[in-house]
Design a protein around this ligand. Structure first.
Ligand code: COA
Length: 325
């Protein structure tokens, strides 16, 4: 154990590709409407990576911003974690590609795949490394180019997702920091939200439906709302903290109705909930660090405030983190 047994976020960063795709543009592609998308999801637009722009490209910009904010150099990183479901390559990992870009040599670097819960999983892993003294300065990234696994002919899914990257630097600290994390999975829900093909099952298939996201949205919605309320209650109870002590909810950004349902159960006002889904759509593992970064940079989130992060995604996976910023 080190003499600094806690981990604390010391810098945040985010990056969105330049190209904005509005709901109106999607009206021209599938049988949908701006009004339907806004009403059912809260989404107004999303960002789409340019041709040739990869997950690692997005991750690099977000990571450099987070390291600048924390005042750390790439050489000081002793662990690099990238949560992603859309890696640049099957291997090497996006984390090692990022490591090479940043000019770090020798720190362990690996990808972590927990779909939309990926960032919370990665934060939890980083927290354990720091608490056990295995690392002092960790770069934790959530980065996605979901547009590459989107079926642009399927209105059930193509209106929901976007591309982006968010990052934090997590460092050993004498005061908390991360109070606790909880991560869970239940693989029985595989086919409610998945990409059917992969390098082992149906490699290099030409069938669009096989290599893009399929979802039973309605069923996912119901499980997500119940599970997120439960995990929020559980992590607060783990720490003997009541919802009225929270300053902020920074939720995974999948659907405004899911976010509002969780916030309502916690009796949090809308201005205590960070919402980016209207402009970013669902960027999977990038959505929480992007939202956190936005609220830190615009001055809403202040040092010392108590924040609940929570996420739900394919698998199903779900998780939460309670932290003092
Ligand atoms: N535009 C217009 N109509 C659409 C549509 C679209 N993009 N997508 C679906 N519809 C239609 C359906 O076909 C259905 O029509 P029908 O009544 O004639 O059969 C109707 O809208 C209602 O569909 P339903 O699936 O019940 O809508 P919903 O209120 O559940 O909203 C989602 C659909 C996908 C927005 C919602 O279920 C959701 O957000 N689920 C969670 C998804 C999620 O968060 N996934 C990621 C988890 S990390």
């Amino acid at each position: 154990m080190t003499d600094a047994p806690y981990s604390r976020i010391t810098g945040t960063g985010g990056y969105l590709p330049e190209r904005i795709m509005t709901n109106a543009e999607l009206e021209a592609v599938v049988d949908t409407s701006d009004a339907w998308i806004r009403e059912r999801t809260g989404i107004e637009q999303r960002r789409i990576a340019a041709d040739g722009e990869t997950t690692c490209d997005l991750a690099e910009v977000a990571s450099r911003q987070a390291m600048d904010a924390a005042g750390v150099t790439p050489q000081e990183l002793d662990l690099i974690l990238v949560a992603t479901t859309t890696p640049d390559k099957i291997f090497p990992s996006t984390a090692t590609l990022l490591q090479a870009r940043l000019g770090n040599h020798g720190a362990p670097a690996f990808d972590l795949q927990a779909v939309c819960t990926g960032f919370v999983y990665a934060l939890s892993v980083a927290d354990q490394f720091i608490k056990t003294g295995m690392a002092k300065t960790v770069l934790v990234v959530g980065a996605e180019t979901l547009s590459r696994i989107t079926n642009w002919e399927d209105r059930n899914t193509c209106v929901l997702f976007g591309d982006g990257a968010g990052a934090v630097v997590l460092q050993a600290s004498e005061s908390p920091g991360i109070l606790s994390t909880r991560i869970h999975a239940d693989g029985q829900y595989e086919t409610l939200l998945h990409v059917p093909s992969g390098p082992s099952r149906l490699p290099a298939t030409d069938d669009v439906a096989e290599r893009t996201m399929c979802m039973k949205g309605n069923e996912v919605f119901k499980v997500a709302v119940n599970t997120l309320s439960q995990i929020a209650a559980d992590i607060l109870s783990d720490n003997r903290i009541s919802p009225d002590q929270l300053d902020w909810l920074v939720p995974h950004q999948a659907n405004l109705r899911i976010i509002n349902a969780t916030a309502r159960k916690l009796k949090l006002s809308p201005d205590q909930t960070v919402v980016t889904v209207d402009r970013h759509a669902n960027t999977s593992s990038a959505s929480i660090p992007l939202a956190l970064n936005e609220a830190v940079r615009d001055g809403r989130i202040q040092k010392g405030e108590l924040i609940l992060l929570e996420a739900f995604g394919g698998g199903f996976t779900w998780g939460a983190a309670l932290l003092r910023f």
